[in-house]
Design a protein around this ligand. Sequence first.
Ligand code: AMP
Length: 215
Amino acid sequence: MLGPPGAGKGTQAERFAKARDIPRISTGDILRDAVHAKTDIGLRAKAIMDRGELVGDDVMIGIVNERLGRNDAVNGFVLDGFPRTVAQASALDGIMSKRDPLIVVDIVVPEDELVRRLGTRSICRLCGTGASVGSTVGAACAKCGGPLVQRADDNQAIVIERLKVYHRQSEPLVEYYRIRPTFRSIDGAQSPDRVAADLAAAIEAAGRGAVGVRG
Ligand code: AMP
């Protein structure tokens, strides 16, 4: 799933993965868990994430390669937040070479709407569940009752940096994938229900486009 920060990738990936009973694999969540657990990767990633920059390709490709090899991903998965660079996309093509073709959906949202959303979203400090845009910081998490806080990298200065990083390093992925019959683009500036419906339809159509294609 492609799209800038705040496009709704997490929300939509979660919904779609649940509906299809496949795992949602969010590299941002994996890194935040590693930071929380103070693992080697977590300790190295924290400062990079706090600046709104990208963690190195080798580390990210290693994480995803390992995760996609687990049993729960054999029948499919939703990747949220990966790839974010052309080098990651090219490595992913290698990882996927003997599997069904990737379906790539780009969620498009205007920049001013992204800034608004990122400034008003929150996350549970205890379990890390993302709350819907506009939910009050300080309210209780619907899943575990923990306090909702602003994500450290959602403060305004970092948001601007993350959007710059997106345009510079991740937007070229749209060109990388656009020529494939399994690429679709959807309007993410609609209600979550409409985006979910468009996403399901796009994946269905892209799946038909995938017949006979590998990689
Ligand atoms: P996200 O939750 O997807 O917005 O990711 C939060 C942060 O984790 C990003 O701003 C990056 O610092 C880091 N990150 C997540 N996924 C990747 C990736 N595929 N490549 C590099 N850094 C990543």
